[in-house]
Design a protein around this ligand. Structure first.
Ligand SMILES: *Cc1c(COP(=O)(O)O)cnc(C)c1O
Length: 376
């Protein structure tokens, strides 16, 4: 047992206002369903990312599920998804009986490779006689994907784009916030994300009809009648007013959180600059990452054969949580039969990559403790 207090990867970070909003929800008995904090949270989120329409939901996964339903994804359809991501990005494809097709990353920013995306689309059209129903692009660890190239390709083949911005609230691409760059976008407010509602998500779009439909589906698809009448299958996916109250307090400090996360990254980069075996997720010109997690690659060839696992275990021994980068979906047992376009880019990122503690509440002495192990 270590005497030292545990440092977590990305713990929740409350500012103070959250509890006031939650108390207000209790005092007014707006616990659930819906309520004024929920409406206000949606309005404030829309204003922050500059988009017209938003529905707050119980999770990012629920938001992705509804996004696919809105785009008409059905049994035996195919949906393209980045392979280098968390499983929640593609699980909803399978909920609908549709099939994921995975596309590899590029070394530039670690996200979906536009050239491989086009190769995948053309090959699926050739093999199946029709284009995939949607493309799910992920802004991994907060880093925007190459949206101009991806949108151009998807427009060419008439395929709608869903941004999985679960990790990327507060990031931007060529001056525009992530979440406004595709046809639909998804955010997560899970406990480990840059801001949290304890558990929650949102679906946003410029298309009002889609968001209204999502709101309808998320509240059990009740027809407009005094009794309970249903013409469609619904879901119980709405965020509660209490959770939204937490989210309002968190949203007030999102820019501060982005600064704090980026400062962590800056600290690691400066203090690990002398380690030739360590490199960081690149942030190309015009890309702005919220640096939700600081992620590094460890090259054993440049440091006496010391691997990512060696480092992870050394940190763990000192009661410091770190985690390998996401294991690509095409390497997951559950998706072993899914088509994959690419080579070894994401596989190598997984082999060499480590997420470092990145909470917005990290203190300098905690950062010193971590860096002291990475660069002894
Ligand atoms: C967290 C996450 C999700 C899922 O969000 P939940 O709110 O946990 O359901 C989806 N995609 C990515 C990339 C994520 O990191």
């Amino acid at each position: 047992m270590s005497a030292r207090e545990r440092i977590y990867l990305s713990p929740p970070h409350m500012e103070g206002k959250e509890i006031e909003f939650v108390n207000n929800a209790f005092e007014t008995n707006w616990i659930s369903p819906a309520g004024p904090h929920l409406t206000a949270f949606e309005t404030e989120l829309k204003e922050y990312i500059q988009i017209d329409h938003c529905v707050a939901l119980s999770s990012g996964t629920a938001a992705l599920h509804l996004a696919l339903i809105l785009l008409g994804v059905e049994r035996d359809d195919e949906v393209i998804c980045a392979t280098f991501t968390f499983s929640a990005s593609c699980n909803p494809i399978v909920y609908l009986g549709a099939r994921p097709v995975f596309v590899d990353s590029e070394p530039d920013n670690w996200n979906m490779d536009p050239n491989l995306l086009e190769e995948a689309i053309l090959d699926r059209i050739k093999k199946r006689g029709k284009a995939p129903k949607a493309v799910i692009v992920v802004h991994l660890y907060g880093m925007p994907a190459k949206m101009d190239e991806i949108n151009t390709i998807c427009t060419r083949y008439g395929i709608p784009v869903i941004e999985d911005a679960a990790e990327a609230l507060g990031s931007s691409y060529k001056g525009r916030k992530t979440g406004t760059l595709g046809d639909l976008a998804v955010f997560s407010f899970n406990g480990n994300k840059i801001i949290t509602t304890s558990g929650g998500g949102a679906l946003v779009s410029r298309n009002e009809k889609w968001i209204e439909k999502a709101r309808f589906l998320s509240t059990q698809a009740r027809d407009n009648a005094p009794h309970y009448q249903h013409s469609e299958i619904g879901y119980n996916y709405r965020l509660s007013n209490v959770c939204a109250a937490i989210g309002r307090g968190q949203l007030m400090v999102i820019d501060k959180r982005v600064k704090q996360r980026r400062a962590n990254f800056q600290y690691y980069r400066e203090h690990l600059a002398t380690e030739p075996s360590v490199s960081f997720q690149p942030e190309p010109e015009g890309f702005f990452s919220n640096r939700w997690l600081t992620t590094i690659l460890i090259d054993p060839a440049k440091n006496h054969g010391i691997t990512r696992e060696d480092i992870r275990q050394a940190l763990d021994k000192e009661n410091i949580e770190s985690r390998p980068l996401w294991k690509p979906m095409h390497l997951q047992p559950v998706f072993k039969n899914a088509p994959f376009y690419g080579d070894k880019v994401s596989e190598r990122l997984f082999e060499k990559g480590l997420c470092l503690p990145s909470g917005s509440g990290l203190t300098v002495s905690q950062l010193e403790r971590i860096v002291g192990i990475l660069s002894p």
